[in-house]
Structure formats: C-alpha cells, structure tokens
Design a protein around this ligand. Structure first.
Ligand SMILES: Cc1cc2nc3c(=O)[nH]c(=O)nc-3n(C[C@H](O)[C@H](O)[C@H](O)COP(=O)(O)OP(=O)(O)OC[C@H]3O[C@@H](n4cnc5c(N)ncnc54)[C@H](O)[C@@H]3O)c2cc1C
Length: 275
C-alpha cells in the first residue's frame, strides 16, 4: 500500500520554480506525465536582458540541448507541475492525504514505522519504506540521521504576484541586472498577471531555506524595481513572500541530494552573493 501525506492542508501554494529542467522531465517520463506538463509549458520563451539603458532580446526557441529528449528550455509553473503529478497519482488510485504530518519514522525489522499526526488525531502505521520528499527541513532526513550541513546565503529571494503599469512587452520575460541584485518579471503570475522574482541582501529574521517567509510591502517591491531600473509601477500587489536560500557545504555536494539543496547551489550561480 502507498500512502502520500502532506502536512499542508491546501493543495495549491504559490509556485517557486518556473523552469522545469530537461533532466526532471526525463525522470518524470516513465510516469506518463510529460505530455500533460508540456501542454502547460512555454518551450520557446523569450527574455529581454536589461543592464542600465541597454536591453537585448534573447529567444530560446532554437535551443538544442545535447543528450536529451527535451532539448528546450521549459517554462512552467511549479503549481501546474504539482497539479499534473497529483492527477497522475489520483489516476493510480492514490490521493494525497493533506493536513497529515509525519512526526517520526523508525526502522524496524523488514520495514519502517511512521508516526503521523492526522486531522483525526495521532496514529502509527507500518510500511516497507519511507520516502522523504519533504523539503530542505526534511523530517525523514533528520530521522535517518542524515542532517543537513548547509548554510543560509546572505542573499534572499523576494517573490510576488502583482499587476504592473508600464510599457512592458507581453511576449518576453524581463530580466534586469541591478546594483542590488537581479530582478525577473514573468507573465506567469498566479494571483495576478506578473510574477516578480528579485534577489536582495538577506533581511534580519531567520527563515527556513526554501519556505515562504512574511510578505514584502508594495513600497519595498517598488523600490527593488526602481533600483534595478525596471520602468513599471506596481498598481496592485496580490501576494508576496521572502524566501531564504540555503546551500549545502561544498564538501557535501553529491548527486542524489533533494531538490531544494541542489537548487540552492544552482541559484548561487546567478545571485550576487552566490558564486
Ligand atoms: C525562489 C525559488 C525558485 C526556484 N526555481 C526553481 C526552478 O526554476 N526550477 C527548479 O527545478 N527548481 C526551482 N526551485 C527549487 C524547487 O522549488 C524545489 O527544488 C522543490 O520545491 C523541492 O521539492 P521538494 O518536494 O523536495 O520540497 P518542497 O517543495 O519544499 O515540498 C515539501 C513538501 O513536504 C511537506 N512536508 C514537509 N515536512 C513534512 C512532514 N514532516 N510531514 C508531511 N509533509 C511534510 C510540505 O508541506 C511540502 O508540501 C526554486 C526554489 C525557490 C525557493
């Protein structure tokens, strides 16, 4: 028997990822979900790269990545990916049990014992295996004694869904390299037309790497846009959050680490505090 539990009670949460990597598509291919994913994706995106007054249009339509069945850049919201995966799971007769938290897991002869906190109360169940897909602050990882010897970057990410007033083209993402960090504006918002992603020096207040922190005000977001030099005004801010970025220690960089840790290393390549 397979049970999939998630302590989040709501199915939908704002997307963090917008790029689905070729390797991810390859890993998901045996599940028969790639068509559904690609149907929701933009595989020939364009971006205006802006530095000061200069802008260069880059189109990724002709991209041919080597050694993959998915040689294109794939822009798709994480929310859509999660929906497709949940549907695929439901098609196999498995519903995600929301609002159920794994609080402990113990190895026993021939399997594991999971301690769960469900909406109906606490409970325990025995399984052959426990698979942890529970983010950077993973309970499964901690219980398996693997831990995480990472650190939080001095740079954080600000995410927001907003309506913007300005002369922004509708057919290309905006990528601006400002003095304080990078700013991306995608027409892929979930609660509004635009999704903004900006990097800035981390502000005080500890956040778990990868999880959503408190909202950022429209004034602060506008300041980030002005600082970067994106000529647009926020007319309606529908959602925003701070996200801390963590990175694994160099010595621990190995294949097979979970998504957020690998992502954190990747992000370090393009955030000012990274490299
Ligand atoms: C700003 C930002 C941009 C990103 N962009 C990209 C991108 O473009 N492309 C890309 O590939 N990746 C990107 N990523 C990384 C990507 O979002 C993560 O790698 C991915 O979400 C990791 O998935 P996960 O399932 O490991 O963890 P999560 O997405 O964190 O999911 C963990 C789940 O486990 C649940 N959970 C946690 N603990 C428990 C528990 N004890 N019991 C039950 N449930 C539990 C949580 O409720 C949650 O639903 C980005 C990340 C950030 C922060």
């Amino acid at each position: 028997m397979v049970r999939v539990v998630d302590r989040r009670s709501e199915a939908v949460r704002p997307s963090r990822a917008l790029i689905l990597h070729a390797r991810t598509l390859e890993v998901l291919r045996p599940l028969g979900v790639t068509q559904a994913l690609l149907a929701r994706a933009d595989i020939a995106p364009a971006a205006d790269l802006r530095l000061g007054a200069r802008a260069v249009r880059v189109t990724f339509g002709g991209l041919v990545l080597p050694d993959t069945a998915f040689p294109h850049l794939t822009l798709v919201r994480q929310m859509d990916v999660e929906r497709v995966l949940a549907q695929a799971l439901a098609g196999r007769g498995v519903e995600v049990e929301r609002g159920t938290e794994l609080t402990a897991v113990r190895e026993e002869p021939g399997g594991v014992r999971a301690v769960l906190r469900t909406p109906a109360g606490p409970g325990e169940a025995r399984f052959g295996f426990a698979v942890g897909c529970d983010g950077p602050a993973s309970t499964v990882r901690a219980q398996a004694g693997l831990g995480w010897t990472g650190r939080v970057y001095p740079v954080e990410v600000v995410l927001a869904d907003a309506e913007l007033d300005g002369d922004l083209p509708g057919d290309a993402a905006q990528v601006v390299a400002g003095r304080g960090g990078l700013l991306f504006a995608f027409r892929l918002g979930e609660r509004a037309t635009w999704r903004l992603l900006a990097t800035r020096p981390a502000t005080p207040g500890r956040l778990e790497p990868g999880s959503f922190g408190p909202p950022v005000s429209a004034i602060d977001l506008q300041a980030l846009m002005d600082q970067a030099g994106l000529d647009a005004r926020i007319t309606d801010l529908r959602w925003s959050a701070r996200v801390a970025e963590g990175a694994e220690q160099e010595a621990d960089q190995q294949p097979g680490k979970d998504g957020d840790q690998q992502h954190a290393s990747l992000l370090s390549l393009y955030t000012p505090g990274g490299i």
